[in-house]
Design a protein around this ligand. Structure first.
Ligand SMILES: Cc1ncc(COP(=O)(O)O)c(C=O)c1O
Length: 319
């Protein structure tokens, strides 16, 4: 095998040739490294010596834009900054500048709906574990097409199973870091097992969360319950859904809102189980380890909460 020493011009040509289907959903990328926006997927790159690449040293957010409005923008930025602070990173630009960049990147992408992926990295330099070898934090924003689940998934519900992947230690579970290997393995096991999601458990056997989504239940008594925030990511959608659920307590559709451990018997006996997250909104679960949950179809609370969240998306930050 002969190995070519490539010239920059040859690389330029290869960027145009090297195509794969997923790139069709990559619409625009901004990076502080380039100091601008590109729309050619082949140019959407990160320096290989950025500690984000070789150590997973960075934090991120996935943010939904619907009809030109960014859903829960401030909440996502607060979580990004909180994650960053936990690992000694700082945003290299202001939140107001991030918003402007999102607006410009959306314009370049020529869309009104998108899933934004925002990465705050340690930055390039050194190839070591030493964060001080980096030249400084970088921010990468990729605008991708928003792909939502079909309505049938909401009517029929999805399947979940217990994960065999050990959970992250609590202080790590609360950081949305780019070190997502356990989450990747959970997604892999769900695909390999033919279920929609697997849910991990703490050392006492309490249910925590899915690979990239939260899980909540309506218990036998009619309480909407989420697990303690100690060993899960504080989902922006779950927190907002729980605020919106207060109205269901007032109308008597829910008894109360609770935060407590969720055991296997809670899941098996639950009236409803739901997966909640940025791309899902509120998705009903109708099977656990092959057993039927609740009525076996979308429950009334899941339906109403999903409606409330989708209504709330209209109040997102305008760009
Ligand atoms: C581990 C984990 N849990 C929960 C969530 C749901 O959070 P959000 O509603 O902010 O998308 C995510 C997604 O970001 C996640 O990665």
């Amino acid at each position: 095998m002969s190995v070519t020493l490539l010239t920059p011009a040859q690389i330029q040509a290869k960027l145009a040739e090297r195509k794969y289907p997923a790139q069709q959903t990559y619409l625009a990328m901004y990076s502080t490294w380039w100091g601008g926006i590109v729309t050619e997927p082949g140019l959407m790159t990160v320096p290989v010596d950025d500690h984000l690449v070789h150590r997973g040293d960075g934090v991120f957010e996935a943010i939904k834009v619907v009809n030109g409005r960014i859903f829960l923008f401030n909440e996502h930025m607060r979580r990004l900054e909180a994650s960053a602070q936990q690992i000694g990173l700082k945003l290299p630009i202001s939140v107001a500048d991030v918003k402007n960049i999102i607006a410009e990147a959306m314009r370049a992408a020529k869309v009104q709906d998108a899933l934004l992926r925002l990465y705050l990295s340690r930055g390039p330099g050194g190839f070591t574990t030493n964060p001080y070898d980096s030249v400084g934090e970088q921010l990468y924003l990729v605008v991708t097409s928003l792909k939502l689940l079909p309505p049938e998934k909401y009517e029929q519900g999805v399947s979940i199973a217990k994960s065999a992947v050990p959970p992250k230690e609590p202080s790590m579970a609360r950081i949305k870091s780019c070190n997502y290997l356990p989450n990747v393995l959970m997604k892999k096991e769900s695909v390999d097992r033919g279920v929609d999601f697997t849910i991990n458990l703490d050392s006492a056997g309490n249910f925590l969360e899915g690979s990239t989504e939260n899980m909540v239940i309506v218990d036998q008594a009619g309480n909407l319950v989420r697990p303690p925030l100690h060993q899960i990511l504080k989902g922006t959608t779950m927190m907002r859904a729980f605020e919106l659920a207060e109205s269901l307590v007032k109308t008597g559709q829910l008894k109360a809102i609770q935060e407590r451990n969720i055991t296997e018997s809670d899941i098996v006996s639950a009236k409803e189980v739901m997966m909640i997250g940025t791309t899902l909104d509120v998705l009903p679960v109708t099977s656990f380890e092959g057993m039927k949950i609740g009525s076996g179809t979308q429950g009334p609370v899941a339906k109403e909460l999903n409606r409330l969240v989708r209504e709330d998306i209209k109040n997102g930050v305008r760009i």
